[in-house]
Design a protein around this ligand. Sequence first.
Ligand code: COA
Length: 151
Amino acid sequence: MEQALSSGPLTKAAYDQIVRVIDKWWGGPTTALAHPAFFYELGELARVVESEGRVVGFLFGFIAPTGPTGYVHLVGIDPEFRRRQVGSLLYRSFEHACREAGCSRLKAITALGDDGSVRFHEALGWSTETREDYAGAGRARQVFVKSLEPG
Ligand SMILES: CC(C)(COP(=O)(O)OP(=O)(O)OC[C@H]1O[C@@H](n2cnc3c(N)ncnc32)[C@H](O)[C@@H]1OP(=O)(O)O)[C@@H](O)C(=O)NCCC(=O)NCCS
């Protein structure tokens, strides 16, 4: 029977693994997005999913003061583990922690053309819009938000 996966906190050993594999998982240079501040200073709400001692998914996120807002900075799932609810597990765990901390909303962004990410956020009840010049002139981004207001 397949082992049930669960999410846990980000350890230094897990962070080190993520830095090693991240470019491969994303299919391009992404290491800069895994800045060590997302472990040392902003790692409290980060989550990882492991299978047989190996990281197969991670979420780097933190609480921004505006709102306050639970901000998902970076999510990665091992390509071999995609569409197995690993991303959903990480998002549920992060959302729960943000609700407990009194956040009123969640937010994330991605580059345009990432259809898998758009479908994923929509499936989890987030809304999405394209914002021109979001990351500077000519740098549009897909912006995802989810309200955490009760009711
Ligand atoms: C997007 C990503 C995080 C999804 O993680 P995942 O673990 O594969 O997602 P889940 O298995 O939890 O999917 C939940 C639901 O989201 C939707 N979904 C997820 N990936 C999808 C895809 N590529 N295409 C269409 N729908 C998708 C589906 O409705 C899915 O449910 P189903 O499999 O029962 O149909 C993962 O593919 C990934 O790491 N992509 C590369 C990095 C990235 O895009 N990060 C997000 C930037 S913020």
